[in-house]
Ligand binder design. Structure first.
Ligand code: TYC
Length: 113
């Protein structure tokens, strides 16, 4: 007997056939991602929003200014995409920072489809 015969001895023909015909990729589900968004309002100073984007989202000044302007003009913008836990932390950090400075800035999260 050859080595292959020994290796297959404990596997049924059915099992071998099935594997040959229907070999499928094992699905590894990726965890969902969440968009974190800033909302425009009429009262929060532009410089404060820029500071928020630099401090909590790691943007440089030019990037932060650009996204702040997008929110100001369009009403809202996605400022980052994160796992559920990180997104929740970012939202809480921004909301707490805004509240402590008595600005009405709103930050929300939404599941990315
Ligand atoms: N609209 C605000 C102003 O004119 C600036 C602003 C930008 C506020 C972005 C909130 O998420 C915001 N002072």
């Amino acid at each position: 007997m050859r080595l292959d015969d020994f290796m297959m001895a404990d596997r049924s023909d059915d099992e071998n056939d099935t594997e040959l015909l229907t070999k499928t990729k094992p699905k590894t589900a990726r965890p969902p991602l969440y968009k974190v968004m800033l909302l425009n309002d009429d009262f929060t100073p532009m410089e404060f929003v820029v500071l928020v984007l630099e401090r909590f989202f790691g943007l440089n000044h030019a990037q932060a200014f650009e996204i702040m302007l997008t929110v100001h003009k369009k009403g809202l913008a996605v400022v980052g995409v994160f796992s559920h836990e990180i997104a929740e932390t970012k939202v809480a950090q921004v909301m707490d920072f805004a509240r402590r400075h008595q600005h009405p800035l709103q930050c929300t999260m939404e599941k990315e489809e």
